[in-house]
Design a protein around this ligand. Structure first.
Ligand code: SF4
Ligand code: SF4
Length: 316
């Protein structure tokens, strides 16, 4: 598989990054054995880059897969921590649960925040910079859906890696257009940032246009990798074949699997609004005293699932 340098971090990553969100509790909720097996297969197949997050709750299968295969990939994780102390706990938790001495990339997890994120979460960022100085983190990054944030990151010396959303249809991009996001990404790359991208398939909504959507993402100049969430060995094999030049027809079961949908169980919803606060694409609205998900705007990220204390949000 093609390897690319991740900006000036000194890290080299495979063009395909294993996205460790969808198999976990926020989406498919596969059991530990299944989760571990798919990470093992990904590592054994040559993928050297894994993207996770504190909120994805998938550190354990990654740790188990690293142990069983003896393969240590480049690991990126992220936390929504807002201040120094919470970020310190997030870094300690990642180091302990992944059982590693150093995290390669640690992001401010800031899906829908605009560029004010850098001042509003200054304490959390300072913590990451201190951890980097102590050798606990190799690179500091930001994961974001916002054009403004990507633009701001380009000129910041404290940000090494940027992980933005981009896809052919522009779904999920906040505070600007697809073209403006492409320009902001180009600015980051020109400034030596490592850039890898998320949601090239629009959270599964572009699965019928897989080749077109993936070609678009792969041709963005200078990006190092594309993170794709995978929940089965079939899906992993398909993506590996594609990225290694063995293109084949997308099989019907894979298309079906990718067409997940989130909905709110009305009888369980107490209208607390947490999901609406959390949704990165304003896809949840209040309707008759309950939350309702607008499927056309939903990125199928599953973030609302973790936000709902009533377990009212389900995936089918
Ligand atoms: S977080 Fe859950 S309970 Fe609260 S409004 Fe959303 S669906 Fe309803
Ligand atoms: S409703 Fe929002 S938070 Fe929930 S899965 Fe869809 S995009 Fe993600």
């Amino acid at each position: 598989m093609k390897m690319n340098k991740l900006g000036k971090t000194g890290l080299e990553v495979t063009e395909l990054c294993f996205g460790a969100l969808p198999f976990g509790p926020m989406q498919k909720n596969l059991n530990m054995v299944s989760c571990t097996r798919i990470v093992e297969r990904a590592l054994e197949s040559g993928i050297n880059f894994v993207d996770t997050a504190q909120s994805y709750l998938t550190y354990e299968p990654i740790e188990r897969a690293m142990k069983s295969t003896g393969i240590r990939p480049v690991i990126a994780t992220k936390s929504t921590a807002c201040d120094y102390e919470f970020m310190k706990k997030a870094v300690s938790e990642a180091l302990a649960q992944l059982d590693v001495d150093v995290i390669d990339i640690f992001h401010l997890h800031a899906a829908r925040a605009d560029d004010s994120v850098f001042s509003e979460r200054q304490g959390a960022l300072e913590c990451l910079l201190d951890c980097k100085a102590k050798g606990l983190i190799k690179a500091v990054g930001i994961s974001t859906h916002s054009v403004k944030t990507v633009q701001a990151a380009a000129s910041r010396d404290d940000i090494d890696v940027v992980f933005p959303i981009i896809n052919i249809s522009g779904i999920g991009i906040l505070h600007g257009t697809r073209e403006e996001m492409l320009k902001a990404i180009a600015d980051c790359i020109a400034m030596g940032k490592g850039v890898y991208v998320m949601k090239a398939l629009g959270g599964g909504t572009l699965i019928d246009r897989y080749d077109e959507a993936m070609t678009f993402a792969r041709e963005i100049p200078g990006i190092a990798s594309i993170a794709l969430g995978m929940v089965s060995e079939e899906e992993l094999k398909f993506n590996l074949d594609y990225f290694e030049g063995r293109k084949r027809e997308l099989e019907v079961p894979l298309k079906k699997a990718a067409k997940k949908r989130f909905f709110v169980v009305p009888t369980l919803c107490n209208n607390c609004g947490q999901c609406r606060e959390t949704c990165p694409n304003e896809a949840i609205a209040e309707c008759d005293g309950r939350s309702q998900i607008e499927t056309a705007k939903c990125l199928t990220c599953g973030y609302c699932v973790g936000a709902c204390k009533m377990f009212a949000i389900r995936m089918i």
